[in-house]
Design a protein around this ligand. Structure first.
Ligand SMILES: Nc1ccc2nc(N)nc(O)c2c1
Ligand SMILES: [Zn+2]
Length: 372
């Protein structure tokens, strides 16, 4: 049984590139993880997700515990078999989704009780139950059960929340046990405060994890504040382990995060936007529902090799979006995920040859050209 390990292969300033080895395959970093919340990356077959270049995808404890249920998925052979994705899966631990989705929540030292947003049934999540659910799913990278405070908040509230999350991180570590080939990632909290985030990083380091996430960001603080926190937060975390920024982001957020030392990211944006007609290209966002595309014979992005750009015109994509045809979500999601993976591949290659600055200049220059 091979183990879980991270090899850092090159640096360029704070940016890094490397490989995470897992029993289910390798993850090239910097990596973007498509979100497969309900055991599917919406509108995509798993083989298509792989074709976009994804090495790993994300699942959600919160959604899967409510429907179809973690024990049911375990009885059916685990999440990989259930959704026909045999490569690595990272699962979020549920606390964040409870706070953003569930009703009637009650937070105590023990954990969180809440009512399902699906059918109103009552549930409880604790660090121990979250670890049990993620083990039942068969997750390769398990996230600690944490509490993510809504911003803005008083420093005292952020401090109290961070300290609760650190006690939950210890309980998560204790409950995770020893599972060779499976990883447990700690989650740094502390809002935008450098001292609190430093305390959180030290608490996590003393517990010891296989990787470290920067949590508590992408919660409405805006890009400038997020980059401000990323100017110090990744560097507070152990150098020899992967650093994962949760819930990010737009293409320029991702470039800025990699520049500041982030190795992994996940976001619903490319897949969700694929369903709402927002298309990411090298020159910025194209709203395909705009009438100006109605007669446009050009592909979305001349430089893209995805099926939407190889085989279809903007006019066709405009038509099927307007007609609410299912193929619209398929093609636009595929393109967006393909574009995100191309971006990651370009950054990995640029860091490997010490040209991240050149990549970054080209990335921003392209977006200035307009003519979307
Ligand atoms: N922006 C986000 C997104 C997901 C998160 N998940 C967890 N467990 N914790 C956080 O702080 C998150 C923040
Ligand atoms: Zn494309």
């Amino acid at each position: 049984m091979s183990t879980f390990s991270y090899t850092l292969s090159a640096r360029d300033g704070a940016a890094r590139t490397g490989v995470i080895s897992t029993p289910r395959g390798e993850i090239r970093t910097p990596a973007f993880m498509p979100v497969g919340t309900a055991a599917t990356v919406k509108a995509m077959m798993p083989a298509s997700v792989r074709e976009t270049g994804a090495d790993i995808l994300l699942g959600n404890t919160y959604h899967l515990m409510l429907r179809p249920g973690a024990e049911r998925i375990a009885r059916l052979g685990g999440l990989h078999k259930f959704m026909d994705w045999e490569r690595p899966i990272l699962t979020d631990s549920g606390g964040f989704q409870v706070m953003s989705l569930a009703g009637l929540r009650k937070l105590t030292e023990e954990g969180v009780t809440f009512k399902s947003h699906i059918d109103g049934s009552k549930h409880e999540l604790t660090p121990e139950r979250s670890m049990e659910i993620q083990a039942l799913l068969g997750s390769d990278i398990v996230m600690c059960f944490d509490e993510c405070p809504a911003l803005p908040a008083e420093r005292s509230a952020i401090e109290a929340s961070m300290k609760l999350s650190m006690r939950w991180a210890q309980r998560s570590r204790d409950a995770f046990g020893d599972r060779p080939g499976h990883a447990l990632f700690g989650i740094q909290q502390g809002g935008l405060d450098e001292e609190l985030r430093g305390q959180s990083a030290e608490a996590l380091r003393s517990i010891g994890f296989d990787g470290y996430a920067v949590g508590g960001l992408a919660v409405g603080e805006g890009q400038e504040a997020m980059f401000g926190a990323l100017d110090f937060a990744p560097g507070q975390l152990p150098e020899d382990k992967p650093r994962y920024l949760m819930g990010v982001g737009k293409p320029d957020d991702i470039v800025g995060a990699v520049k500041r030392g982030i190795d992994m990211m996940d976001c619903v944006l490319p897949s969700r936007s694929g369903r709402t007609g927002q298309v990411f290209t090298r020159r910025g966002v194209v709203n395909i529902k705009n009438a100006r595309h109605m007669d446009d014979p050009r592909p979305l992005d001349e430089a893209c090799s995805c099926p939407a750009c190889r085989n279809y015109s903007r006019a066709y994509l405009h038509h099927v979006f307007r007609s609410q045809e299912i193929i619209s979500s398929m093609l636009l999601t595929w393109h967006n995920l393909h574009y995100y993976q191309d971006l990651m591949a370009e950054m990995r290659a640029a860091i490997a040859i010490g040209d991240f600055a050149g990549f970054e200049a080209r990335f921003h220059a392209e977006r200035e050209k307009g003519d979307l």
